[in-house]
Design a protein around this ligand. Structure first.
Ligand code: ADP
Ligand code: F6P
Length: 324
């Protein structure tokens, strides 16, 4: 029989995401309310390997539910990819009396969690990434805030684009996934949304769309481009040359990763953090928390990492339909 977990470690890893603090707070408070001790592992796996570990209590997480970023800091760590690094990380957990770990991060971070689990430390992943690119879950911490930030930024670009009767290409984040672009494409009423999952490299189609909109009286044009396609400045130049319409590119960048989390990100991150603690209390390991079909659930990490995710086809075809 597995020993009952007594001390939980919590870390954030990979790109930060608004709502990670709400998840940390939930882990700390849920664990303490269940009689467990909590240690904060700072700077992700890099901090774990350097034993940058601090005791946490209920006051360690006061006044953070509304803050973007992560109070535990985050990092990317090459050493954790090696078998030696993974064994060392598990040994350090044991040395500090940590018998359960909650890893808040993306797919890459879950691979680290998988290895910690294989090395004997009960580990649960919580999906934290603005990219929404984790296959097993319909929600990831930070996506909602990032979309709202990008949407507001695009609204602002639209004001100036309309005043100057220009075409604007706005590039949003998402790594190789087009979810943020798709949601902004709809919420900003863009004329064209370019996502890596569906892009056919046919710029002529975009040019013809712009020209046909001009012909029916449209005076400005909003094209949302995903960073997975990129080259927004080059595209702007080519569109301007081909159409004769002044065109500008805006790459929104890291402001999408910051800012106070939305209500949804605070609430879902809290629920996921608390569920991760419950799973550890039940003696589970190598699991990842997810949101699917209207409820919170969990998956085996190996299964979760083997799943693939596509863009929501219904939403994609709707964007095209509504931008006619
Ligand atoms: P994300 O978690 O947002 O996907 P990364 O892909 O950068 O971000 O991964 C975060 C960290 O997770 C990496 O820097 C590394 O320490 C760890 N990690 C990634 N892949 C693996 C792997 N295959 N094995 C062990 N650890 C990994
Ligand atoms: O995964 C989150 C994310 O912001 C991606 O959208 C983007 O591709 C990447 O991280 C940027 O990483 P960095 O902050 O290291 O430039």
């Amino acid at each position: 029989m597995t020993e009952k977990v007594k001390t939980i470690g919590v870390l954030t890893s990979g790109g930060d995401a608004p709502g990670m603090n709400a998840a940390i707070r939930a882990v700390v408070r849920a664990a303490i309310s269940s009689g467990l001790k909590v240690k904060g592992i700072r700077r992700g796996y890099a901090g774990l390997l350097e034993e940058d570990i601090v005791d946490m209590n209920t006051m360690s997480v006061t006044d953070i539910v509304q803050r973007g970023g992560t109070i535990l800091f985050t990092s990317r760590c090459e050493e954790m990819r090696t078998p030696e690094g993974q064994k060392k990380a598990a040994d350090i957990c044991r040395k500090h009396g940590i018998d359960g770990v909650v890893v808040i991060g993306g797919d890459g971070s879950f691979r680290g969690a998988q290895k910690l689990s294989a090395n004997g430390i009960n580990t649960i992943g919580v999906p934290g990434t603005i990219d929404l690119d984790i296959a097993c879950t319909e929600y990831t911490i930070g996506f909602d805030t990032a979309c709202n930030t990008a949407m507001e930024a695009i609204d602002k670009v639209r004001d100036t684009s309309a005043s100057h009767e220009r075409c604007s290409i706005i590039e949003v984040m998402g790594r190789t996934a087009g979810h943020i672009a798709l949601w902004c494409g709809i919420s900003n009423g863009s004329e064209y949304v370019m996502i890596p999952e569906r892009y056919d490299n046919d710029e002529q189609k975009i040019i013809e769309k712009i020209l046909s909109k001009r012909r029916i009286g449209k005076k400005h044009h909003i094209i949302v481009n995903a960073e997975g396609i990129g080259d927004s400045h080059g595209l702007a130049k080519r569109i301007e040359e081909a159409t004769g319409i002044e065109t500008r590119a805006t790459v929104i960048g890291h402001i999408q990763r910051g800012g106070n989390p939305t209500c949804r990100d605070r609430v879902y991150a809290s629920a996921m953090g608390a569920l991760a603690v419950d799973l550890l209390i039940e003696g589970k390991t190598n699991r990842v928390v997810a949101y699917r079909d209207g409820g919170f659930c969990d998956f085996d990490i190996d299964e979760a990492l083997a799943m693939t995710k596509d863009i929501d086809e219904h939403m994609y075809s709707m964007t095209r339909r509504l931008s006619r």
